[in-house]
Design a protein around this ligand. Structure first.
Ligand code: GLN
Length: 251
């Protein structure tokens, strides 16, 4: 009888083991969903349309990646400097936010392959005497909190010369009101902000060149691998180019 029970137990254990093999591993925080974090104040990468929906290059690339992975996309809007902590805490699976790859951020998160180039540019009033980054010494520089513009300017010109804003639009409004002498921000949002505010221009000489990528938890290599595979497919089949050229018109 004892032998029979042991045999039964062994068979039951094997059955469990097989069931385990067949089960699809869940690589996202909510099964069947890719939860993306962003800061939707960054046109044309992420912003809200008239219905309050989050649209833009990142939102569409993330949707295409999710589709490749057979997942539904959910977008959570938050402050830019909350994104990396949210990835680390596991409250989002991935951050897509025109986020620049930096060595310092790589200590906290893993980055996907890059999918776009960014340039930190300088916005000034049309009649400004500032003509290049060399003229920024001692000037009041407006930035978005926690962005590379903020980090680099604080290093180069000192914290006392850098004024932080919650988003780029607020920094640009402060510039139009003379509260800061310039704003340093990524080129594509800069073009949008200059277009929607009179009397501003972008300097020809840029401040820094960078690469954008999505950020994933260091503990989720499986998701990172799948995201990179999906991005490769979307680069190869022209989908990423198609999304980018929908939002960024050639000049
Ligand atoms: N590219 C910049 C950074 O990563 C700004 C991104 C943003 O404001 N969404 O810091």
């Amino acid at each position: 009888m004892k032998k029979f029970l042991a045999l039964l137990l062994a068979v039951a254990m094997m059955a469990f083991a097989f069931a385990g093999c067949g089960k699809k591993e869940n690589i996202t925080i909510t099964e069947g969903t890719l939860t993306m974090g962003t800061n939707a104040t960054f046109p044309p990468y992420e912003y809200t349309d008239e219905n309050g929906d989050i649209i833009g290059i990142d939102a569409e690339i993330a949707a295409a990646v999710a589709e490749e992975l057979g997942l539904k996309l959910e977008i959570k809007d938050m402050e830019f400097d909350s994104l990396i902590p949210a990835v680390q805490a596991g409250s989002i699976d991935i951050a897509f936010a025109g986020m620049t790859v930096t060595d310092e951020r790589k200590e906290s998160v893993d980055f996907s392959d890059t999918y776009a180039k960014g340039v930190q540019v300088i916005i000034v009033p049309e009649d400004s005497k500032i003509a290049s980054p060399d003229d920024l010494v001692g000037k009041k520089i407006g930035v978005q909190t926690g962005t590379t513009g903020d980090i680099y300017c604080t290093d180069d010109f000192g914290q006392e010369n850098v004024k932080q804003f919650n988003n780029g639009a607020l920094a640009v409004t402060a510039l139009t009101q003379g509260q800061v002498d310039c704003v340093i921000i990524d080129n594509e949002p800069a073009k949008n902000f200059v277009k929607s505010n009179e009397g501003l221009k972008i300097l020809e000489t840029s401040y820094a060149d960078e690469d954008y990528a999505a950020a994933v938890s260091k503990e989720n290599n499986e998701l990172l691998k799948k995201v990179n595979e999906a991005m490769k497919t979307l680069k190869d089949n022209g989908k990423i180019d198609e999304i980018v050229s929908k939002y960024i018109k050639a000049e």
